[in-house]
Design a protein around this ligand. Structure first.
Ligand code: SF4
Length: 463
């Protein structure tokens, strides 16, 4: 099978404006909007028993942050009181014991991620303890190809934190930056001097961390096309292996910190599209491979290589090189993917802690996939990761006649064909260079739930 990449994204502003509606990011299918209540430990155990083989992925959510960034839409607790961390860590250890029970202890943990919040909010001793506890319950690896990553806020590091993280097993880091312009940084309450970011990145490189990622956001207050282009140029000097360039979605009614952003200071939709256009041009001109959605990677980085080889995947951590494997997620609000089921923990810290005290998994909602969900998940994943779809591949995996099964969906793609976003061949769909930016729209054609009313309010704009 050939694997399609997006070497030459074509920027057609009229098309983009026409198709720029809200849509899921498809880190799962069905998406989290479709999760519902009524799930508990028994459902989790049944899913685990049905899928108890192969490599695994682990995620830990550490929700604490010392300062609030006004653009933030994460599940976090703003506090300077470091003593708040230990009771939460103790709860995590209990959750780990509950969750690991029944798993084949030999299943290798190929991927591990600590996210937040600010994972480095906890002390070095607590980091060691957390990793040690994880090692007691799961088969952590020390092989070179393990993918053990942590989100880093350069403002919250002690001089030897990176070295400590390396010593306890991490080999990848992702640095939060967002923008280098001081006026923008002040407006979002995240002042982080360039020197601080540079030193952190250089130290990470010196210590041997791989796939160093930098997160940027466009659409923040006071950003202009020119100022953001300057931020991109500065980033190029830092030379990260991967870049995520996210679109800021201003939803102050849903996310309280965003109420502190003055709407009048935000760039217009037109300016934001200009920033995205510049990001793609500047980064691809500099040699980065455009993976898709918000992600860029150097051509020799494992993410780009996985896409080139047709082995890219997608889960709650975004694009990943790891084959579809069970994802065990720990902590408040985290989402596990076990076989054909998703389970989300309570997003309320008190509810989470109370469940753990009662020795009950803090599952709040979830979904068990039907056969039809499973089929559509495979179709959407192939499109969003590889920008093509081979009908025969799906037919042999799911024992269906593709064109018959998806007759209506294929018909609904007619405008996309007429607009040159995809080509529909006898036995495949090919996303064109024009259609790459609108991949979420194309995937939506195969989403059985997209017309449900709850979807109308839940997603960010596709561009
Ligand atoms: S953006 Fe990150 S560091 Fe800032 S408040 Fe949100 S979770 Fe904390």
């Amino acid at each position: 099978m050939t694997h399609t990449l997006l070497p030459n994204i074509q920027w057609d502003i009229d098309l983009i404006k026409r198709y720029d509606k809200s849509g899921p990011r498809y880190t799962s299918y069905p998406t989290a909007v479709q999760f519902n209540g009524g799930f508990d430990t028994r459902h989790y155990q049944a899913a685990r028993d049905a899928s108890n083989h192969g490599p695994m992925s682990l995620y830990v959510h550490i929700p604490f942050c010392a300062h609030v960034c006004y653009y933030c839409a994460c599940n976090k607790i703003i506090t300077k009181r470091k003593e708040k961390a230990q009771p939460y860590l103790d709860a995590l250890y209990k959750e780990m014991a509950l969750r690991s029970d029944g798993y084949d202890k030999n299943r290798p943990i190929e991927q591990l991620h600590w996210g937040g919040g600010t994972p480095t909010f906890i002390s070095h001793e607590q980091m060691t303890e957390l990793m040690t506890e994880m090692g007691k319950h799961f088969n952590l690896l020390d092989t070179e190809d393990r993918d053990y990553s942590i989100e880093i806020d350069p403002r919250e590091l002690q001089p030897d934190t990176l070295a400590h993280l390396k010593s306890i097993g991490f080999n990848r880091v992702s640095l939060g930056v967002q923008d280098f312009d001081e006026k923008v940084q002040k407006a979002v309450n995240r002042v982080q001097p360039l020197e601080m970011t540079r030193n952190t990145l250089e130290e990470a490189r010196r210590l041997g961390f791989k796939s160093i990622n930098i997160d940027l956001i466009y659409g923040l207050p006071f950003q202009t096309r020119e100022s953001f282009a300057q931020t991109l140029k500065t980033v190029l000097e830092l030379d990260p292996d991967r870049l995520s360039v996210f679109n800021y979605a201003h939803l102050p009614e849903r996310f309280m910190p965003q109420r502190r952003i003055n709407e009048a200071d935000l760039p217009s939709g037109e300016q934001k599209l200009g920033m995205l256009e510049d990001s793609i041009r500047i980064l691809t001109d500099a040699g980065y491979h455009y993976v898709g959605m918000d992600h860029f990677a150097k051509p020799d980085d494992s993410l780009a290589q996985a896409q080139i080889q047709g082995k890219l995947h997608r889960n709650f951590q975004g694009y990943t090189t790891h084959e579809e494997c069970d994802l065990v997620a720990l902590g408040v609000s985290s989402i596990s993917q076990i076989g054909d089921a998703y389970f989300q923990n309570s997003a309320d810290i008190d509810e989470y802690m109370n469940s753990i005290t009662d020795a009950t998994l803090p599952i709040k909602r979830g979904v068990i996939l039907t056969e039809e969900d499973d089929l559509r998940r495979a179709v959407i994943k192939q499109l969003i990761c590889h920008f093509n779809l081979d009908f025969k591949d799906i037919e042999s995996r799911f024992k269906i006649q593709f064109k018959q099964h998806f007759k209506e969906e294929l018909h609904s793609l007619t405008p996309y064909i007429e607009d040159g976003l995809i080509s529909l061949n006898e036995d495949s769909i090919q996303v064109t260079d024009k259609g790459g930016l609108l991949i979420r729209n194309i995937c939506m054609a195969f989403d059985e739930y997209i017309s449900h009313p709850e979807h109308k309010v839940s997603y960010s704009k596709v561009i």
